[in-house]
Write a protein that binds this ligand. Structure first.
Ligand SMILES: Nc1nc2c(c(=O)[nH]1)N[C@H]1C(S)=C(S)[C@@H](COP(=O)(O)O)O[C@H]1N2
Ligand SMILES: [Mo]
Length: 481
């Protein structure tokens, strides 16, 4: 189907709307049902006031179908038919005259404009339409630990593959005694486990770095939490039986493309050492919040590695390969590591566990608040649970916040603090998390060449108005909790 803009004009003296019979005939001709019979889907229609001009937006197989349908208008005046495109498609293609993005894929792909349109409509903050990259809007985080799937951030490096679960297989091979070829039904028949896990992109917060670092300019919303259900990775590894020389487990997704300026195609692949794979409590997840994984989050199967930066959680998983040596693929050694200069030397360290961070969800930056207010948000760390969160107003002393709900490995936890502010006027709220390993957020971000793991104490500017009225009751005091 193609999209078209149609413009009809007629001379004022031949305005068909002035003749009741002709006018009603045209109205019926333009009804959605009549148009559909002619193979034309009318998306919208309007008449430019005082200008004898009608504009239609229609979908049809081709221009000929539109032309045939517009015949009654052609008799009354002129008809122009312009090939058109949705805004999302133009943006996904990179401009009004740019061709569609190049495709190098072995599997069918999700139309980039549709994925982008859905994300915008769900309220995600789209940074790039193709490949689709969008973050969660922080005010949307209200509610429970788990958030609505449609608002979960999306991070892609390539086109989004649409895999057919009926023909999809997970191949487990390499240094194993029993190579496996599993269907989705095979996996569903194995003992299932569910876990609430927070995924965070290693680039979350990159836009706060100074000097600026190239790469996706994430605010603070490249992080989200869902309940994932699937088969523990260890179960599948044990079934396959790694041989004694096995050292590394390599996970491959079905998406691929070119990277940097290079012409060669790379698959999205990541490795974990066998030890990490066995100890990580990773899941081979086929469900997210009780529903089959959505396409953009890895349908039909993805890896979910609790506590790790989410690059480890390979989507659209098709292969698990057990290897004798550490994996050296692009997304393992050319990206997703910290790199600093120290004393003329370059130091590198892979981005593995999520650093500790607290996010203020309420109030939001720029909001007006009263002198007594409740500050609340989430906090997480890949090194274990959150030990404490402290809140401070206007560079004042730190107040300990109350942690809400259960502490779960790999999941963020809500916290809240009631604070009072001495004086009305502009001020800044800060929240600082400390994890059970004793790691605490730094004042300033730890700048590194690729801009990963930026977790400084968040600063939320607000304006305080005079008044002692309390905001909404703290979560712990609401009815039913
Ligand atoms: N196959 C595949 N898996 C992938 C990626 C990808 O581009 N392709 N991106 C990774 C990165 S960098 C992140 S942050 C998470 C994002 O997961 P989400 O889109 O479900 O939020 O997926 C990871 N897994
Ligand atoms: Mo990421």
């Amino acid at each position: 189907m193609g999209l078209f803009v149609v413009r009809h004009r007629h001379p004022p003296r031949r305005c068909p709307a002035e003749d009741p019979a002709a006018a009603s005939e045209l109205l019926h001709h333009l009804s959605r049902a009549n148009a559909a019979r002619a193979g034309v889907h009318i998306e919208g229609e309007a008449v430019v006031s005082g200008d004898h001009t009608l504009v239609l937006i229609v979908e049809a197989a081709g221009e000929a179908a539109v032309r045939a349908f517009m015949a009654p208008f052609e008799r009354a005046g002129s008809v122009e038919i312009l090939a058109a495109s949705s805004c999302a498609r133009v943006v996904a293609n990179g401009g009004c005259t740019a061709p569609a993005p190049a495709v190098d894929s072995l599997v069918p792909l999700l139309a980039p404009d549709e994925a982008c349109q859905d994300a915008v409509e769900a309220g995600l903050v789209v940074h790039r339409a193709h490949p689709l990259n969008c973050e969660t809007s922080l005010p949307d985080l209200v509610g429970g630990v788990v958030m609505p799937t449609a608002r979960f951030y999306v991070r892609n490096h390539f086109h989004i593959p649409t895999l057919d679960a009926a023909t999809w297989r997970l191949d487990v091979g390499g240094l194993v005694d029993r190579p496996l070829r599993l269907t989705l039904d095979d996996l569903r028949a194995m003992p299932a486990r569910s876990a609430v896990v927070t995924l965070e992109c290693a680039g979350n917060g990159r836009s706060l770095l100074e000097p600026r670092v190239d790469g996706e300019q994430w605010g603070l919303g490249a992080v989200s939490t869902a309940e994932w259900t699937g088969v523990p990775l260890v179960e599948v590894l044990e079934r396959a039986g790694p041989r004694s020389e096995a050292r590394e487990v390599v996970f491959r997704g079905a998406d691929r493309g070119t990277v940097d300026e290079s012409a060669t195609t790379v698959d999205f692949e990541r490795g974990l050492s066998l030890e990490e794979a066995l100890e990580s409590e990773a899941l081979l997840a086929y469900a997210m919040n009780g529903e089959p994984l959505p396409i953009q989050h890895g349908y039909p199967l993805r890896l979910v590695v609790p506590g790790w930066y989410a690059v480890a959680s390979v989507k659209w998983l098709t292969n698990i390969d057990i290897a004798p040596d550490p994996f050296l693929g692009f997304f393992q050694v050319d990206r997703y590591f910290f790199e600093w200069q120290s004393g003329g030397r370059t130091e590198r360290e892979p981005a593995r566990l999520q650093r500790v961070r607290a996010l203020v969800v309420s109030p939001q930056p720029g909001q007006t608040v009263e002198q007594q207010l409740v500050v609340r948000g989430v906090a997480w760390s890949g090194a274990g649970g959150i030990q404490r969160v402290d809140v401070s107003v206007g560079e004042g002393e730190w107040h300990i916040a109350q942690l809400v709900g259960r502490r779960e490995r790999g999941s963020w936890q809500w916290w809240e603090a009631m604070v009072s502010v001495d004086r009305p006027g502009p001020t800044t709220i800060r929240a600082r998390a400390t994890d059970l390993a004793g790691r605490v957020q730094p004042e300033r971000p730890d700048w590194n060449r690729l801009g990963y793991g930026s977790n400084p104490i968040q600063q939320v500017p607000v304006v305080v108005t005079a008044g002692s009225h309390l905001g909404p009751a703290p979560i712990g005091e609401q009815a039913g909790t």
